[in-house]
Design a protein around this ligand. Structure first.
Ligand code: GTP
Ligand code: MG
Length: 201
């Protein structure tokens, strides 16, 4: 997709603060430090737009971006980082829950998993949650550059078996470092956005 404009709109911690409007919106969800913000940066090819952390747990608000006046991205705070206080983790959970249940323009979730990791209980909880709420998602295994081709295939199979399900639109192997999967992901996002707009008519 040709990116003509990208705009950071706002950071929100509750539904009142979400941007208005009904552009198709994609949310980026996954464990803390999995690479959500890096993925958005890679997609938008903007270095300065998204805050990337070296210390996990950096994204503490839902950050909204508008792309080409045609779609929105929501960068969600990561879950399950052990070094974050339980009270903060609870707060994040509430933030996620409020977003997933109340955000009307939400079209699909990009569900991000580290290609090197075993599926974790928290990731499984997110999958079950998305299924309960009947939200479509794209399963995206990222940091693909960290593994050899053979290991990538093996891990993608394991992760796919654990996280593909009735609401999974696709499985994409990605690297925010060398942009593997970028074209494929844009293709899916554009397709889902078109379907969403057609459905609302
Ligand atoms: N090699 C490699 N490193 C990556 C990739 N994606 C992210 N990283 C690194 O992983 C770390 C975490 O990336 P972030 O994008 O901040 O992760 P996040 O999921 O937004 O983290 P939180 O906001 O804390 O939830 C950074 O050091 C990134 O440079 C990738 O595809 N390949
Ligand atoms: Mg982040």
């Amino acid at each position: 997709m040709k990116i003509i404009s990208t705009e950071f709109l706002t950071g929100a911690v509750s539904a009142r603060q979400y941007p208005k409007g009904m552009l198709p919106e994609f949310a980026f969800a996954g464990r803390s430090n999995v690479g959500k913000s890096s993925l958005i940066k890679s997609l938008l090819q903007r270095k300065k737009l998204v805050r990337i952390s070296s210390s996990p747990g950096k994204t503490r608000e839902i950050n909204f971006f508008k792309i080409n006046d045609a779609m929105m991205f929501a960068d969600l705070p990561g879950y399950g980082f052990a070094r974050v206080a339980p009270a903060l983790q609870k707060k994040w959970q509430r933030m996620m829950e409020e977003y997933l249940t109340q955000r009307e323009p939400l079209t699909a979730v990009v569900f991000i998993v580290d290609i090197r990791r075993k599926p974790t209980a928290l990731d499984l909880t997110l999958k079950e949650w998305l299924e309960e709420l009947d939200k479509d998602y794209i399963l995206l295994v990222t940091k693909a550059d960290k593994l050899s081709a053979a290991e990538r295939r093996k891990q993608t199979k394991i992760i796919g078996a654990a996280f593909m399900g009735k609401n999974a639109a696709d499985l994409i192997v990605y690297s925010s470092k060398n942009h593997t999967g970028r074209k494929e992901l844009w293709g899916q996002l554009q397709k889902l956005a078109r379907l969403e707009v057609a459905e609302r008519r």
